[in-house]
Design a protein around this ligand. Structure first.
Ligand code: SF4
Ligand code: SF4
Length: 317
């Protein structure tokens, strides 16, 4: 490995930290192991309505098919939680309040992280003329979690989220695909051991086996991705969760190491850390659009928002 690339990686690391990222790793583009898991998951129909999980063919698991000449992926972690936020678990105990997944209480991360990735890539480009790249965050067919694991950012836990021994799991991931053969990081080691807390706590038994989440049963999927009525069998278990579900992360012992975000953008807006169900039900579509401007919640649209609220409201009875 050229000494130059090692030095470049050190620079990337410090630029990324300046931009608010918490960690950087580099993976190669061999995602064959993850491809096997993905195929089996889709064959079982666990992806539900998320057709985008298979419609790009082998592009998702072959980065060089998505961006020609890619040989490495720079994977980055961005923490989004705060100790000061009212604990999600406390809201679950108050049926008149609505529970919103931590990541969605503040600003929509997509644009913000993308901009930061772009800035980082431009800094690299200024240093290395031949640096070709494309940045991603929860966009395009990218195996974010498998890449993060290979890049050493954390291991994939039994709940299928990425976990970091020093930072838990409350973080976003971003990627830069590149043609520059940067030194590859060491893959993260696995530390779930015999723990099954996430599997045991899941209100809908969506974690059907370690590392296998049947999205069709998962409250996060049902309240965000699923279009149309939510099957009745899950209504009661949904409780007061109106946007996403953090239960499996909430009980994970590693989240006692969760780090405060380095930016204030993800702090709760509109009291989204303790909203009142009845108050939210008073919103018409214009209010919904106004109050969720710049928030990821807006992505589900007013119809799904009301659908979720009605289920939560019925559960208050
Ligand atoms: S997000 Fe909630 S419903 Fe989905 S697997 Fe985790 S605990 Fe279960
Ligand atoms: S709760 Fe336990 S099994 Fe689940 S991800 Fe955390 S450590 Fe792993």
């Amino acid at each position: 490995m050229s000494q130059d690339y090692l030095i470049l990686l050190q620079k990337i690391d410090s630029w990324a930290i300046e931009l608010g990222f918490a960690q950087v790793g580099v993976s190669d583009i061999d995602l064959s192991e993850a491809e096997g898991h993905l195929k089996k998951w889709i064959e079982k129909g666990f992806h539900g309505q998320m057709d985008f999980m298979h419609k790009h063919g082998s592009m998702r698991t072959n980065p060089d098919q998505l961006v020609e000449d890619t040989v490495r992926v720079i994977s980055l972690r961005f923490d989004y939680s705060y100790q000061s936020t009212i604990a999600y678990e406390k809201i679950l105990e108050q049926p008149n309040k609505a529970a919103i997944s931590r990541y969605a209480m503040g600003r929509d991360y997509h644009k913000l992280i993308r901009k930061k990735l772009q800035k980082l890539a431009e800094k690299i480009k200024a240093e290395v003329k031949d640096f070709n790249y494309r940045v991603f965050t929860d966009s395009a067919p990218v195996m974010e979690k498998a890449i993060a694991e290979k890049a050493g950012l954390g291991w994939i836990g039994k709940h299928s989220n990425v976990l970091n021994a020093k930072a838990g799991s409350y973080f976003f991931l971003g990627e830069i695909y590149t043609n520059i053969p940067l030194p590859i990081s060491q893959k993260a080691t696995y530390h779930c051991g015999s723990c099954t807390k996430c599997i045991d706590v899941c209100p809908t038994q969506a974690i059907v086996a370690p590392f296998q989440v049947d999205a069709r049963r998962c409250i996060s999927y049902l309240t965000i991705e699923h279009k149309g009525p939510i099957p009745k069998e899950f209504h009661k278990a949904i409780g007061n969760r109106i946007y996403g579900c953090d239960d499996c992360q909430m009980v994970c012992p590693w989240n006692k190491f969760a780090q405060d975000s380095k930016v204030t953008d993800f702090l709760p807006r509109n009291q989204f850390d303790e909203p009142d169900i009845v108050e939210l039900m008073k919103w018409d579509e214009a209010t919904f659009l106004l109050k969720t401007e710049g928030s990821p919640i807006r992505r589900i649209g007013f119809e799904s928002w009301q659908r979720n609220l009605k289920i939560a409201w019925k559960n208050t009875k």
